[in-house]
Design a protein around this ligand. Structure first.
Ligand code: C2E
Ligand code: CA
Ligand code: CA
Ligand code: CA
Length: 277
């Protein structure tokens, strides 16, 4: 029989190897974080290149851990996806994002809110109904939301992903292909999925003012997107030269540290009021 030792919320059972024991404790920590409001909604502004106005934001989650402090999503999102915890987290993010959206609306700030979805979310048959319910409760129109999806999330189960995306799209929500250009078969999605936006991956944007190949890829992607009738957003804009190049290339929106790093959602309105295009 297993000798049991209590270490916080996790019961240690010797048969379980060290790594799965760590997984169990991470999962229980994530659950506790949700219960104790330890996640924070950060947002990063997106600027319309033609006018310089802030017209949208992307929701990016952070975890404020009681001992380990500030934790970036790359350190827990992959695990949350593997374990299915992401479904709970996505619901939390959608709820918070809708709350912020309706607060901004009430104060006259109209912004499109982008939220990231993962593989598991696309396989969640309940997601469209739950999302519709959140929007209705906060009296937000679906047109105020955009859902960002990566190619790898779609690849996992293209048939079910397509069903979920079509249900979301008929609601009136925008769909965006995130990290565009980093997958294997990006182009096929443009043909078959109800997409509204392309987000050029930051790996092509970061050094495009120095690297001619990157600049060519970015320019071609903008043209491709526009030829397909899509809005094109560049992420990873870190300096003025890149911002200017993107504007010259006719890119629709820019997002990146040059404009602002992600900030707590409660700080956004003040930031927008100080923003000078
Ligand atoms: P992503 O969706 O590609 O988000 C963009 C990432 O690039 C963010 O990292 C953002 O802070 C970062 N970034 C923005 N501008 C710049 C820039 O100018 N330079 C550089 N070097 N980086 C920039 P973050 O917030 O650490 O998020 C990392 C990833 O975690 C996201 O990548 C997304 O895949 C995932 N993620 C974050 N929040 C959520 C969420 O609520 N749900 C899901 N499913 N995934 C999330
Ligand atoms: Ca994204
Ligand atoms: Ca991205
Ligand atoms: Ca990414």
């Amino acid at each position: 029989a297993a000798k049991q030792r209590n270490s916080g919320a996790v019961t240690y059972i010797p048969e379980i190897d060290k790594s799965s024991q760590q997984s169990l404790s991470l999962l229980s920590e994530l659950r506790a974080a949700l219960d104790h409001n330890a996640f924070r909604l950060y947002v990063q502004p997106k600027v319309e290149l033609g006018t310089g106005r802030v017209i949208a934001v992307e929701a990016l989650v952070r975890w404020i851990h009681p001992e380990r402090g500030f934790i970036f999503p790359d350190q827990f999102i992959p695990f949350a996806e593997q374990t299915g915890f992401i479904r709970l987290l996505t619901r939390w993010v959608l709820e918070q994002a809708a709350t912020m959206c309706s607060e901004w609306e009430a104060r006259g700030l109209h912004l499109k809110m982008s939220v990231n979805l993962s593989t598991r979310d696309l396989l969640d048959q309940d997601l469209p109904n739950k999302f519709a319910d959140i929007l209705a409760r906060h009296k937000i129109s679906p047109e105020s939301f955009c859902l960002e999806i990566t190619e790898s999330a779609i690849m996992d189960d293209p048939v079910r992903a397509q069903q979920t995306l079509e249900r979301l799209h008929v609601m009136g929500v925008d769909l965006s292909i995130d990290d565009f250009g980093t997958g294997y078969s990006s182009l096929a999605y443009l043909k078959s999925l109800p997409v509204d936006e392309l987000k050029i991956d930051k790996s092509f944007v970061l050094k495009m003012e120095q690297d001619l190949d990157d600049a060519k890829i970015v320019r071609s992607t903008i043209d491709l997107g526009h030829n397909m009738g899509l809005r094109v957003v560049a992420e990873g804009v870190e300096n003025k030269d890149v911002m200017q190049l993107l504007r010259e290339m006719g890119c629709d929106q820019a997002q990146g540290y040059y404009i602002s790093k992600p900030m707590p959602a409660e700080h956004l309105q003040e930031w927008v009021m100080k923003w000078v295009p």
